[in-house]
Design a protein around this ligand. Structure first.
Ligand SMILES: [Zn+2]
Length: 100
């Protein structure tokens, strides 16, 4: 099947991604790519003394996400997570409602 008619470039995700990364993430639910446990991000174990920040599963110690920051780069890996659910988090639309 030729999917050329269905495909656009990644710029089409810009609006959704900018919303995703402005949510209050500590209450987002993260599914572990190792054991499948689902916890709020804030309930998992963070290691912040390394050159990068590492979030590990509170059940099996699997690496869920890694954030590294250098002078000119901020890099995020979510490779260890199956998914992150933002339901119940406070996003930019909720913050806009605060001013009403
Ligand atoms: Zn796990």
């Amino acid at each position: 099947m030729d999917d050329g008619a269905l495909r656009v470039d990644g710029n089409a995700l810009a609006g959704e991604l900018s919303e995703v990364f402005s949510h209050e993430m500590t209450v987002a639910r993260v599914a572990c790519g190792g054991c499948g446990a689902v916890e709020q991000l804030g309930a998992d174990h963070a290691y912040i003394q390394a050159p990068g920040m590492v979030l590990r599963c509170s059940h099996c110690d699997h690496v869920l996400l890694v954030i590294t920051r250098t002078r000119d780069r901020l890099r995020l890996s979510l490779a260890g997570s199956k998914w992150i659910d933002l339901s119940g988090t406070r996003g930019p639309r909720a913050h806009a409602d605060d001013h009403r």
